[in-house]
Design a protein around this ligand. Structure first.
Ligand code: NAP
Length: 493
């Protein structure tokens, strides 16, 4: 059943509109606010406080003041707060899903999937909080003793993108809470409402004042710049574009901050001649059209063996053609709008460039008339090697197909990018799959799978796709540092 305007208004009325600083929701210093829009209609959903540099400083003060006491809380207590947050998000799954659909545009079915995925980080790290351990050892000479412990790194700055408003926040907040770190969160200005509502859930779950501070703002650099220079900050964790990440790494050098960087991607989707093509098409639909293609893990280049390229493209195009663009709240919605006009125009310019260079639009290839920023789901065949679309993150529902003839050529094409976040490989030959996995320069590989994200797995990239891992056993390590205590020989008199 389609969502009514009344239901939307009721939900929006529950979203806190202030900044969360030291456990209190407050107006921005100077009282400024900004509008958050629905990308499917262009209409304003809600106005919220627009943090200033002064608010950023207050948030940093609160995080620094809360750090010592928070680091000393019992791991079980931190785990139980996360567990309660998991239960609250799960109870309110429909609210979180609708809120994400409203501010980001993804179809409700996908938003529900993100709620389950995002909540899983809370449950996973509630369990990890009590598994932080160290070791005690005798030194090789038999005399001194070595004690190794793990400690929270300290106050963290967390910066998240607009495309997965809940999961990108929980993937950072949950391990930071589990490790005993305090935080300043700066959500994306295009989709801050989910973080606002999630922060209220963390407070309800019992998170003490000052542990999580949220400064939504339209002035990202102005607010985060001074925080990055603050001597009390110990870490920055960023998910977003590679250029912004590179700037943050440069800034982090001044204070030698710990950094976690989840940056852009240009994922190859390789289909071998021995692949099950129906499985490959199902994988391709998930890897390309999930989140309208606005995912760092979105398949960006379809690299298909020349003997099956025509059949794969035809089957894929048939499925893509059935994807109806519609507002995410509508029952039939399978593909929502892109986030804004700028993104839609960029997608179209990449398609136009490819077509001008000789590519053929098997299906789609044009923007959809407004309101909203919709783009037709598109498959492009015969894309020439010099097309810009093969070099850049598309961030839209467009699938360019190129062909190869040998395994070595497929590997060379797949690795021909400065990115290395994820790759997808479809083959029925397990040895070939494993061999290709060893040759691909990528942090993650989907083997006959179009989706790899899992809270229990280490998510992250190599090359210019980033540093560090989120999720899995590795995720909490990003928020811990190792301390070694050298102990004199206990038998020495
Ligand atoms: P973005 O433009 O880099 O923005 C990401 C975040 O950084 C936003 O909160 C943004 O604030 C903030 N920001 C922008 N300039 C800043 C500055 N100078 N200093 C501090 N913060 C700054 O990226 P996006 O367009 O939101 O997200 C899409 C990108 O994220 C894509 O490249 C995608 O691949 C990547 N991504 C990567 C992963 C991963 O795990 N590897 C996951 C999801 C997305 P404003 O909102 O105010 O601009």
């Amino acid at each position: 059943m389609a969502i009514t305007a009344e239901r939307e208004a009721q939900l929006l009325a529950t979203v806190p509109t202030g900044l969360l600083i030291n456990g209190e929701w407050r107006e921005a210093a100077g009282g400024k606010t900004f509008d958050v829009e629905d990308p499917a209609t262009g209409k304003v959903l809600l106005s919220i406080a627009d943090a200033s540099t002064e608010d950023g400083a207050a948030a940093m003060d609160a995080a620094a003041a809360a750090q010592d006491a928070w680091a000393r809380t019992a791991p079980r207590e931190r785990g139980e707060i996360l567990r309660r947050a998991f239960e609250l998000v799960t109870e309110r799954a429909e609210d979180f899903a609708l809120l994400m659909t409203l501010e980001m545009g993804k179809p409700l079915a996908e938003a529900r999937g993100e709620v389950a995925y995002g909540a899983e980080f809370l449950r996973w790290f509630s369990e990890e909080a009590v598994r932080i351990s160290g070791r005690y050892a005798t030194a090789p000479d038999g005399k001194s003793r070595l004690m190794v412990t793990k400690k929270p790194v300290g106050p963290c700055l967390l910066i998240t993108p607009w495309n997965f408003p809940l999961a990108m926040a929980t993937r950072k907040i949950a391990p930071a809470v589990a490790a005993g770190c305090t935080m300043v969160l700066k959500p994306a200005k295009l989709t801050p409402l989910t973080s606002q509502l999630f922060a209220a859930v963390m407070v309800e779950a019992g998170l003490p004042a000052g542990v999580l501070n949220v400064v939504s703002t339209t002035k990202a650099g102005e607010v985060t710049g001074p925080i990055m220079k603050d001597d009390r900050l110990r870490k920055v964790s960023f998910t977003g574009s590679t250029p912004v990440g590179q700037g943050l790494i440069r800034d982090a050098a001044d204070k030698v901050l710990r950094t976690s960087m989840e940056l852009g991607g240009n994922a190859p989707f390789v289909v071998f001649e021995d692949a099950d093509l129906d499985k490959a098409v199902t994988g391709a639909m998930a890897a390309k059209l999930r989140n309208m293609g606005e995912a760092c893990t979105a398949a960006n280049r379809f690299i298909v063996h020349e003997s099956v390229a025509a059949e794969f493209s035809a089957k894929f195009a048939e499925k893509v053609a059935a994807m109806t663009p519609a507002r995410g709240t509508e029952d039939e919605s399978k593909v929502g709008p892109l986030i804004d006009a700028k993104s839609r125009d960029k997608v179209h310019s990449l398609v136009t460039d490819a077509v001008e260079r000789g590519a053929k639009a098997v299906v789609g290839g044009a923007p959809v008339e407004g309101p909203g920023y919709f783009y037709q789901p598109t498959v492009l065949a015969d894309v020439p090697a010099d097309a810009q679309i093969l070099k850049e993150e598309i961030f839209g529902p467009v699938a360019p197909v190129v062909t190869f003839s040998t395994e070595d050529e497929a590997v060379a094409l797949a690795n021909n990018t400065e990115y290395g976040l994820v790759a997808y490989v479809f083959t029925e030959d397990l040895n070939r799959g494993l061999r290709i996995g060893e040759k691909l320069e990528t942090g993650m590989l989907g083997l006959n799978a179009g989706v790899v994200s899992n809270a229990a797995a280490p998510f992250g990239g190599v090359k210019q796709s980033g540093l560090g891992r989120e999720g899995g056993n590795e995720g909490i390590e990003e928020y811990l540092y190792t301390q070694y205590i050298g102990i004199a020989d206990p038998y020495a008199s």
